[in-house]
Design a protein around this ligand. Structure first.
Ligand code: URA
Length: 432
């Protein structure tokens, strides 16, 4: 079948064979299929979906598009976590050091910003000198040395996801259950970790806006992981407001470091501890309560902070930058104040994420360059009371003109009311 015929088959609701999916993805990887045909294919999948068999075939195609890590020289159990994408989600920088400080090796493959959500790789690159592309030997050495290492998809690992990810980011084809499943699980299976905990986000800042679709996504990923013999669990967690106060690469890294120092926002701290405890439990460290206590102690003792500093050092950065929170600062800032008094009943996380992107924290086109210091620092969270004239948020950018595009958007992301809304749980469900 020609690429045209394959796109048409999917567009018209047909089911592709594993061979057809492999042929199409391999052709794209080798430059024989142009971006515009792949973009059309992704949009057809977005509207038509994929069967379980098609989703598995696409996942395996991404896994096999590069090297499958051979971690036989990494001692001990290897674990990984992955979020389906949220606004202000910096938990990787807390969870991975916690579990690594407790002896569970964390060899993690992450991605860049996607749609309105930030990406771990972009955040990590906010550190001066940090490398996020490594070959297998370097990756194994780094994991053995620091206990943890976080890299991106590369020419060597899951290259098909690297290309598809960048294209989905700018073609409104991110929020598709089969495409997210294949992207995340393709990377997880290529990294070949033993235990995987997935953080499936639901709410205004997530790709899944309701519980039903979050559950279907969680089940889809857990099924693929189980079929591949992995110990895997998914938590469905609240993304109805940004996680923590910081949104934007360097700002989020600073907030993660503060969390590792025991001074982080409550939601970031609690979600990170819970994700870490689930990983530790899957890795056989103990029952859930024991693992949660150990995770808390790793923060209190400073062990997790030290592991994060070691990780930054083995990835080419400076551990001193972690301890001193030395990350890029924006040239310009602008505060936004409340136009009336009231309780904050809602913060539309997607609007905050899009605005941070427009300030320079994300890409509008594949070739766009990220400004690491750009972003938004919220001053208030849902449930807080705000007086008229009080600061709601501060915007950061390298060019003042960018503030004009987002001021109104960020202000209208806040909904104020006369009574506080009932607090919403952070962890909403779990899929095994
Ligand atoms: N994270 C990924 O790696 N891929 C997706 O599609 C969404 C979130």
């Amino acid at each position: 079948m020609t690429p045209y015929e394959l796109i048409k088959k999917k567009r018209d609701g047909g089911e592709l064979t594993p061979g057809e999916i492999t042929h199409f993805i391999t052709g794209y990887l080798h430059g024989e299929i142009p971006d515009y045909q792949m973009a059309a294919f992704l949009m057809a999948v977005y509207f038509r979906g994929m069967t379980k068999e098609e989703t598995t075939a696409l996942t395996f195609c991404i896994r096999d598009s590069g090297t499958r890590a051979d971690f036989s020289r990494v001692n001990g159990i290897r674990a990984d976590k992955h979020s389906t994408g949220g606004v202000g989600d910096k938990t990787t920088f807390v969870v991975i050091p916690i579990v690594a400080s407790l002896g569970v090796k964390a060899a993690k493959m992450s991605g860049r910003g996607l749609g309105h959500t930030g990406g771990t790789v972009d955040k990590l690159e906010a550190f001066s000198g940090v490398k996020t592309e490594m070959g297998q030997e370097e990756f194994i050495t780094a994991v053995n040395k620091a206990g943890a290492c976080v890299i991106g998809q590369s020419g060597e690992f899951a290259p098909a996801d690297k290309l598809l990810y960048a294209l989905r980011d700018v073609t409104a084809t991110v929020d598709s259950i089969p495409l997210i499943t294949a992207s995340i699980m393709g990377k997880k299976l290529a990294a070949d970790d033993d235990c995987i905990v997935l953080d499936v986000k639901v709410g205004s800042g997530a790709f899944m806006k309701d519980m039903e679709s979050a559950r279907v996504l969680a089940q889809s990923m857990v099924r693929v992981g189980k079929d591949a013999g992995k110990k895997i669990r998914a938590l469905i967690t609240n993304m109805d407001e940004p996680l923590g106060y910081a949104v934007g690469n360097a700002l989020e890294v600073v907030e993660a470091i503060q969390t590792l120092k025991g001074k982080g926002p409550k939601d970031v701290t609690e979600l990170s501890i819970s994700l870490a405890a689930h990983i530790l439990q899957l890795a056989g460290v103990g029952d859930y309560d024991t693992c949660e206590t150990k995770a808390r102690e790793a923060i209190i003792s400073g062990a997790a902070l030290k592991t994060f500093a070691d990780m930054i050092e083995v990835q080419g950065g400076s551990s001193a930058d972690v301890y001193t929170e030395n990350l890029p600062k924006a040239k310009f800032s602008k505060t936004l104040t409340a136009t009336k008094s009231g309780y904050i009943v809602k913060i539309n996380a997607e609007e905050v994420g899009i605005s941070a992107g427009l300030l320079g924290a994300g890409r509008q086109k594949k070739e766009d360059v990220i400004f690491p210091a750009a972003g938004i620092l919220l001053n208030k969270k849902v449930g807080d009371y705000v007086e008229k004239g009080e600061v709601l948020a501060t915007l950061y950018a390298e060019e003042e003109v960018r503030f004009l595009k987002v001021e109104g958007r960020v202000l209208s992301a806040f909904t104020l009311g006369n009574t506080p809304s009932a607090p919403r749980k952070l962890i909403l469900d779990r899929v095994e």
